[in-house]
Write a protein that binds this ligand. Sequence first.
Ligand code: CA2
Length: 150
Amino acid sequence: MTRPHILILHGPNLNLLGRREPEHYGDMDLAAIDAMLRDLASELGVAVESFQSNHEGALIDRIHAAQEAGVGGIVINPAAFTHTSIALRDALLGVEIPFVEVHLSNVYRREAFRHRSYLADAAVGVIAGFGAESYALALRALTQYIQREG
Ligand code: CA2
C-alpha cells in the first residue's frame, strides 16, 4: 500500500513567523515548523508536502491540484482567510478532501472577528492555541482519521 499523502497549507503572512508577534504565534519560523512536520510524517508513515501563499487564488489552485494528485488529507492554517474566504471554503468542499483547520493562537481568546471561521464546520476538526504543536496534533489526528476512514 502506498503511503497516504498529506498537504500542509499555510495562509497569508505566515511566512513572517518567528520575526514578530511571538506572544501570539511563538518563535518558530515556518521552515522550522515544516521540518518538524516532515520528521513527524516519517514517524507516522505518511508523506507530507508544504505550501505557503499570501494569495487566495494560489491556495485555491493548490487545493485543486491536490485532488488531481490524489492527496488524502489537508492540514490548513488559513490565517486571516479563515475569517473572510468563502472561496477557500468552496474549494475545500469542492475537492472533498478531508481537512483539519489549524491555528497557532487560540483565536477564541482574541478579537471577536477571529471567532468566525468560514471553514470550521466543514472540517474534520479544528485545533487552535498550541503554537507550532497545533500543526503536529493536526497531522497526527488527520493521519489516524485517514487510516480509519480510508
Ligand atoms: O493563530 C493563527 O494561526 C492565525 O491563523 C494566524 C493569522 C490570524 O489572522 C488568524 O486570526 C489566526 C495571522 C498570521 C500572521 O502571522 C504573522 C506572524 C508574524 C508576524 C506577523 C504576522
